[in-house]
Design a protein around this ligand. Structure first.
Ligand SMILES: NC(=O)c1ccc[n+]([C@@H]2O[C@H](COP(=O)([O-])OP(=O)(O)OC[C@H]3O[C@@H](n4cnc5c(N)ncnc54)[C@H](O)[C@@H]3O)[C@@H](O)[C@H]2O)c1
Length: 243
């Protein structure tokens, strides 16, 4: 379904949530440019191998493309178990996590924002870690809290140009980042989540595809949990068993 917002840039688009966004937007008629440190294996997308901490690399890609209708910032890392509580985490893991998840996000906006159409939009990837305590991951949590705050700032800053900025905060989602989680819990049904399963990448991507579409034309500055009611749940109360 071709649309008026024909060019999309997806960082972290070589796998996981970013990969699902890239495929969905491509199938919706967008011309998709993936920025990742690994090549995208998707057919019919433009793959740029570039680290989001490399400002000149990002600016180089930006100089080749445009105008951009959608900028989706999905590149991210979670370095558990090197990440952890303050007194235990590796300082190297702290700096790397901030460099990719926070500085990389800002650098991507800095590089591609000048190429955004006046009616374009940006979607950031926060996390439920920014909304409820996520133990043992201080660096990751710090970056996601900052992304939520920056999303609100950018939404107001760029409103003068008609550019919308929204943040999707997934709960645990079945991607490489969460690899091993199911095995650790023996099965999906043991996960402490109201739906008793993780989200799929596609379930998160569908929300992002809506946010960058003209159907969301008055939606900006929103922080949207996509977590199957995980942040709505009151800690300490048991989950109703899934029928
Ligand atoms: N999976 C989850 O449970 C979950 C939950 C909440 C938020 N998120 C967030 O969603 C986003 C996507 O996560 P995912 O689960 O799809 O992870 P993923 O590991 O499957 O994909 C992340 C992608 O980002 C790329 N990437 C990492 N560092 C990069 C860098 N420096 N430069 C360029 N590309 C880089 C990777 O190569 C990979 O393709 C992240 O920001 C993550 O924090 C994920």
């Amino acid at each position: 379904m071709p649309n008026n917002f024909s060019l999309a840039v997806v960082t972290g688009g070589a796998s996981g949530i970013g990969g699902a966004v890239a495929a969905l937007l491509r199938d919706g008629g967008w011309s998709v440019h993936v920025i990742d440190r690994r090549p995208s294996e998707l057919a019919d997308v433009h793959s740029h191998i570039c680290d989001v901490t490399d400002e000149s690399g990002l600016v180089g890609v930006a100089s080749e493309i445009g105008p951009i209708g959608a900028l989706v910032l999905a590149a991210g890392i979670n370095l558990r178990p090197q990440d952890g509580p303050a007194e235990k985490l590796s300082l190297d893991a702290w700096h790397k996590t901030l460099a990719v998840n926070l500085t990389g996000c800002m650098l991507s906006v800095r590089a591609f924002r000048p190429k955004l159409r006046q009616d374009g939009s940006i979607v950031t990837l926060g996390s439920v870690a920014a909304m409820r305590a996520m133990p043992w991951a201080d660096a990751y949590t710090a970056t996601k809290g900052a992304i939520v705050a920056l999303t609100r700032s950018w939404a107001v800053d760029y409103s003068r140009d008609g550019i919308r900025v929204n943040c999707v905060c997934p709960g645990p989602t079945d991607t490489a980042m969460m690899a091993g989680m199911i095995e650790q819990h023996h099965s999906n049904s043991q996960l402490q989540l109201p739906q008793q399963r993780m989200a799929t990448s596609l379930e998160v991507a569908e929300v992002i595809a809506f946010l960058v579409s003209p159907k969301a034309s008055y939606l900006s500055g929103a922080i949207i949990p996509v977590d199957g009611a995980a942040t709505a749940h009151s800690a300490g109360m048991p989950f109703p068993r899934r029928r």
